[in-house]
Design a protein around this ligand. Structure first.
Ligand SMILES: Cc1cc2nc3c(=O)[nH]c(=O)nc-3n(C[C@H](O)[C@H](O)[C@H](O)COP(=O)(O)OP(=O)(O)OC[C@H]3O[C@@H](n4cnc5c(N)ncnc54)[C@H](O)[C@@H]3O)c2cc1C
Length: 379
C-alpha cells in the first residue's frame, strides 16, 4: 500500500531540523557564503542534536535512521543553506562505504569516531584527470609487506581541510580501469598526506572543498576497505545510496526559492499592482511548486526503495538528475521574479542560483545520470 503520511517521529524530526535551519543556519548563511567560511560551531551543534550522520547504525553509536528519514532532515537543512548542508552530508558520503564494505574492526573504529565526537570525514574518488570517469583514476597503491603505499592526487574533496579520515580510492594499475580499484581508509595524520589549496567557489561557498596530495602514504593492511575488483563497486553503490540526498538538497533549495519568490511577488508592485497579479509571474511560481513537489516525490521514492533493500539505481539517478536540473531552473526563475533585486547580494536569491549549479556537477553530473538511466533502459 502506498502511504504519503508521516509518522509522529518523522514530523518531530522535520520540526527539529526546520527550527535548527531557521535559528542557526539562516542567520549566518550569507556571511559564511561571503567569507567562504565553514561554521564549525554550527556543525558541532547539529551533531549534538543528531542531525549529522543520521544513517550511522545503532551498533556503532548512530541513530540508525533510514534513508527516507535522512532526506527529511536534509530538505530542511538545505532550505537554510545548501553549502553548509553539503558539508554535513559529506560525512554520510564517507561513512556509507565503511557501512557497506567495512569489517567489524573498521566499523567500530571509524563509524565510532564519527558518533563519539563531532568530527568530519571525506570521500575521495575525484582527481584532476578523473571526475566523471571514476574508472580512469590514477592514484596508485603498491604493496609493501603487510602495508600499502599510496601516491597520487585527489581534488574537489568536500571537507578535506577538516576531515579526520578519508575514504580514498586508488588503483594498482590504471590500465586495469575499474578492475584495479581498491578503497582505503586513511587517517588524517598519516605521514605523506597533505591537504592542498581550498577552492574559491562560485556557490556553496560555506562548504570546504580542497585537494589532497598523497606522497608515499603508508596505509596498514587493517585499513584496506575494499580490495581491487570490489573498490569500484563500493564507490558506485555509495553513489547509488547517496544520490537521493542530492534530490533532498534540491527540494530544500527550491522550497526556499519558491517561498522567497511568493513573498516578494506579493510585495513588489509594477504597473500599479503586485507583480503576483501578472500571469507570467504566476506561471513561474506555479512551475517552481511543480518542481518542488515532483522532486520531493522522486527523492522519497528513491529513499524508500533503499530502505526496503531494493536496488534501483535508476530511481536514485532520476531523483538526483531531475532534482539538480529543477533546482537550477527554479533558482534562475527566482532571480527573474526578483528582477534587478534578484541580481544583488542584498536579496537571498542570487546565492540560491550560485548554490544550485553544483547540484548538476557533484556526485555524478546531469549527463552521467542520463548515461546511468539510459544504460538500464537499454540493458
Ligand atoms: C563543490 C564540489 C564538491 C565536490 N565534492 C567531491 C567529493 O567530496 N569527493 C569526490 O570524490 N569528488 C567531489 N567532487 C567532484 C565531482 O564529483 C566532479 O567534479 C564531477 O564528478 C565531474 O567531474 P569533472 O569535474 O572531472 O568533470 P568532467 O568529468 O571533466 O566532465 C566535464 C563535462 O563533460 C561531461 N562528460 C564527461 N563524460 C561524459 C560522457 N561520457 N558523456 C557525456 N558527457 C560527459 C560532464 O557531464 C561535464 O559536463 C566535487 C565537486 C565540486 C565542484
Amino acid at each position: 500500500m502506498i502511504d504519503f503520511s508521516l509518522t509522529e517521529e518523522q514530523q518531530a524530526l522535520i520540526d527539529t531540523a526546520r527550527r535548527f535551519a531557521k535559528e542557526r543556519i539562516i542567520p549566518i548563511a550569507a556571511a559564511c557564503d561571503h567569507e567562504s567560511r565553514f561554521p564549525m560551531d554550527v556543525f558541532k551543534e547539529a551533531w549534538e542534536i543528531g542531525l549529522v550522520n543520521p544513517t550511522c547504525p545503532v551498533e556503532y553509536g548512530g541513530a540508525g535512521m533510514g534513508e527516507l528519514d535522512n532526506t527529511l532532515i536534509i530538505e530542511e537543512l538545505a532550505y537554510g543553506c545548501s553549502g553548509i548542508t553539503t558539508s554535513m552530508l559529506a560525512n554520510t558520503l564517507a561513512l556509507t562505504p565503511v557501512k557497506l564494505a567495512g569489517n567489524e574492526e573498521q566499523k567500530r573504529k571509524y563509524l565510532g569516531m564519527l558518533t563519539s565526537e563531532p568530527v568530519m570525514a571525506s570521500y575521495a574518488t575525484s582527481e584532476p584527470d578523473a571526475g566523471s570517469d571514476v574508472a580512469g583514476l590514477k592514484t596508485r597503491y603498491t604493496r609493501h609487506g603487510d602495508d600499502y603505499v599510496l601516491n597520487g592526487q585527489k581534488c574537489w574533496i568536500t571537507n578535506a581541510s577538516y576531515a579526520q579520515f578519508y575514504v580514498i580510492f586508488a588503483t594498482e594499475n590504471p590500465e586495469l580501469r575499474h578492475k584495479g580499484i581498491a578503497a582505503f581508509i586513511v587517517d588524517r595524520d598519516t605521514p605523506g598526506l597533505r591537504v592542498g589549496k581550498k577552492e574559491d567557489k562560485l556557490g556553496q561557498r560555506a562548504s570546504d572543498t580542497a585537494q589532497i596530495f598523497l606522497e608515499d602514504v603508508k596505509v596498514p593492511k587493517a585499513n584496506l576497505l575494499a580490495p581491487a575488483g570490489s573498490g569500484f563497486k563500493v564507490a558506485m553503490e555509495t553513489f547509488n545510496q547517496t544520490r537521493p540526498d542530492i534530490g533532498a538538497v534540491a527540494t530544500g533549495l527550491m522550497r526556499r526559492c519558491l517561498e522567497e519568490s511568493v513573498a516578494y511577488a506579493k510585495e513588489r508592485k509594477a504597473f500599479g499592482q503586485p507583480i503576483a497579479n501578472h500571469q507570467l509571474v504566476q506561471w513561474m511560481l506555479a512551475e517552481m511548486a511543480i518542481r518542488v513537489e515532483a522532486t520531493r516525490l522522486l527523492t522519497h521514492k528513491g529513499a524508500w526503495s533503499l530502505d526496503r533493500g531494493a536496488r534501483e539505481p535508476v530511481v536514485s539517478s532520476i531523483s538526483k538528475a531531475y532534482g539538480a536540473d529543477s533546482a537550477m531552473q527554479t533558482a534562475i526563475d527566482a532571480v527573474q521574479v526578483f528582477g534587478g533585486n534578484g541580481y544583488v547580494k542584498e536579496y537571498p536569491v542570487e546565492k540560491l542560483m550560485r548554490d544550485a549549479k553544483v547540484l548538476q556537477i557533484y556526485e555524478g553530473t546531469s549527463q552521467i545520470q542520463r548515461i546511468v538511466i539510459a544504460r538500464q533502459l537499454l540493458a
